[in-house]
Design a protein around this ligand. Structure first.
Ligand code: NZQ
Ligand code: ZN
Length: 385
């Protein structure tokens, strides 16, 4: 097991009908800005529950944060914050609203050009503070509710902004608030969670038994409940399991002390930026292709994954690894998510700009071994047909 630091300060308030406790977590004199997305929370009543809970607080609202939140939209919230002297943020939504709110919390306290936050080009002295914020989660997928990452869209790119100042102070996880999700978003949540785990698990062995077995437990749970929670959206127990697995998949726990490989996410972000494909759907295309291309480097873990997650216990090592990759693709397809670039009308003539996008962000040495050069990334794309 490798050396690591582990610190996660986010308080989780989990369970049904707990929004009336919101006031306990927000400073009593705070001037709050509630941030939300394109209106689902207005339609399904979640926003009204939040308003009711904050009826004795000063609050304003900022809606319209789009999926794959855009820099320009978020900067409008920063303007409002300055005008209204806001000092606490409350994100009500999915990963896009939570990520957007993280960026707002940094930009509101930043004296330089906020674009620099996207490129991590600030001097540490300029980024000492972020506005405190909490979240009310309506979509289990990203883990943003308990991590310090945000993915922000600007021009034709997506930028990962990772800053220890942007852990939420608290997150409310009420599985019932996710019942109104369309099936396709539930599938996205299952796949995003699955791939987050794979990127921290399917590398090479370092004898990290807790991390491995916890990762395998999450993967097995997702296989068990994924389709069921899509088909039974108001089954509280199924959904509660998805919600908690999503959070635990990307809060630092299973990634501590192990090699990680974020290649799938990095290539996936380019696909979203250029073609507007949902985040999780890009992952469902790239991961099986990556496992094929990086087969030799990942072989030991692929066999472990085959045996422990998919229970493929007989046959040669090659057979087990091949079957595990096939099962992974079949699982995504069983959630009605397509896994080939052609399903999204992407052809090889699009590869140059995808590779250029990676190059511009210096993503030229990806993976657990830093061997995924632009050439290997292109090879992964070629395997994704
Ligand atoms: O915008 P509204 O109207 O709220 O509708 C949203 C949106 O259209 C809808 N929705 C959310 N909760 C709902 C609901 N509809 C009905 N009922 C509910 N309860 O779902 C749609 C998608 O929402 P979005 O927040 O975009 O989805 P998701 O949570 O999958 O977030 C995706 C974003 O997170 C980033 C992605 O890159 C993408 O920008 N990621 C963030 C990560 C992180 N912070 O650690 C890691 C991830 O790997 C990911 O990259
Ligand atoms: Zn993701």
């Amino acid at each position: 097991m490798n050396n690591f630091n582990f610190h996660n300060p986010t308080q989780i308030i989990f369970g049904r009908d707990r929004l009336n406790e919101l006031v306990n977590y927000i400073p009593s004199k705070a001037k709050v800005l509630i941030t939300y997305g394109g209106g689902s929370v207005e339609k399904n009543g979640t926003l009204q529950k939040v308003r009711n809970a904050l009826s004795n607080n000063y609050f304003r609202e900022f809606g319209g944060i789009e999926p794959n939140p855009r820099f320009e939209t978020l900067m409008k919230a920063v303007e409002l914050i300055k005008k209204e002297n806001i000092d606490f943020l409350l994100a009500v939504g999915g990963g896009s609203v939570m990520d957007g709110t993280k960026f707002i919390s940094l930009a509101a306290k930043y004296n330089g050009d906020p674009e620099e936050i996207l490129y991590h080009s600030f001097k540490p002295a300029d980024l000492k503070e972020a506005m405190p914020f909490g979240t009310v989660v309506t979509l289990p997928a990203t883990g943003s509710e308990m991590n310090a990452a945000a993915v922000i869209s600007y021009k034709e790119s997506k930028y990962a902004v990772i800053c220890p100042l942007t852990f939420p102070r608290f997150s409310f996880l009420d599985p019932a608030l996710t019942f109104t999700l369309p099936k396709t978003q539930v599938a996205n949540g299952v796949i995003d969670t699955f791939v987050h785990v794979m990127e921290q698990y399917l590398t090479f062995p370092v004898d990290a038994r807790f991390q491995d077995r916890t990762a395998e437990g999450i993967l097995q749970t997702l296989v068990e409940i994924g389709r069921k929670t899509m088909d039974n959206p108001t089954d509280y127990v199924l959904r509660a399991n998805l919600v908690w697995n999503s959070t635990m998949a990307l809060n630092g726990l299973i990634g501590a002390g192990v090699p990680q490989d974020w290649t799938t996410h990095m290539i996936g972000h380019e696909l979203t930026a250029f073609f507007g494909i949902d985040h999780a759907k890009t992952l469902a295309v790239i991961l099986p292709a990556l496992l094929q291309v990086r087969y030799e480097q990942k072989k030991e873990k692929l066999i472990q994954y085959a045996e422990r997650v998919w229970k493929i216990e007989n046959g040669t090592d090659e057979f087990k690894a091949d079957q595990a990759i096939r099962k992974t693709r079949e699982f995504f397809e069983s959630l009605d998510v397509k896994t080939r670039l052609t399903d999204y009308n992407i052809s090889s003539s699009d590869f140059d700009k995808i590779i250029q996008g990676l190059k511009e962000k210096h993503l030229t040495e990806l993976s657990e071994t830093r061997e995924v050069t632009l050439e290997v990334s292109r090879h992964i794309l070629e395997n994704a047909f």
